[in-house]
Design a binder for this molecule. Structure first.
Ligand code: GRF
Length: 184
């Protein structure tokens, strides 16, 4: 069975939702750069092994990436899922897991990469917003797109309401993308 690792930095709702979806793989590790990530507790409660590689304890991005890569390699993952993981991974890291790293981003890429996508969407006055699952490449939020889901933006929407509606869609499409990946 395919071995899946999830990387998180915070709440971990996508991670929890993925673990609870009927994905034909085994979640062997949930790892975080943030020792206080709430998602770590959720993973432990679901009986999944967790690890912390705290970026603050490394003097360079390269050292952090190397330590994270080594930790992940212990588990020989077939697939690495970024789910609210707030670090940009280097080319060196990604070359060790080529075409095996997916991410979910809360916008219809290529619109609004980076942080605060809902704020950007409101500011631009777009009428359609959403989320994207894509392969991770060294360029931020720019890898090949696997699946997207769109929602209408209504006049009364604000950042909070968009975040809620988009998150519901994230929980729909990330498991679909993972199944497609595992089915090759
Ligand atoms: C999600 O909106 C995801 O798209 C973004 O960060 C958020 C993480 O939420 N990259 P959660 O930790 O999965 O609840």
């Amino acid at each position: 069975m395919s071995k899946i690792v999830v990387l998180i930095s915070g709440r971990g709702s996508n991670m929890e939702n993925l673990v609870c979806s009927d994905i034909p793989g085994k979640f062997v590790l949930v790892a975080s750069n943030n020792p206080n990530a709430d998602g770590l507790k959720k993973a432990k409660n679901m009986g999944i092994r967790t690890a912390v590689v705290d970026h603050k304890t490394f003097s360079s991005r390269q050292d952090f990436d190397l330590a994270l890569a080594k930790k992940l390699e212990e588990y020989e993952p077939d697939l690495i899922l970024l789910a609210g993981f707030m670090r940009v991974l280097s080319k060196k890291f990604l070359s060790r897991f080529e075409n095996k790293v997916l991410n979910i981003h809360p916008s219809l890429l290529p619109a609004f990469p980076g942080q605060h996508s809902h704020k950007q969407a409101i500011k631009k006055g777009v009428r359609i917003h959403g989320c994207t699952v894509h392969f991770v490449t060294p360029s931020l939020d720019a890898g090949p797109i696997i699946v997207q889901s769109a929602i209408p933006v209504n006049p009364e929407d604000d950042e909070k309401s968009l975040a809620k509606k988009v998150l519901e869609q994230e929980h729909q499409i990330y498991p679909i993308a993972v199944k497609w990946f595992l089915e090759k």
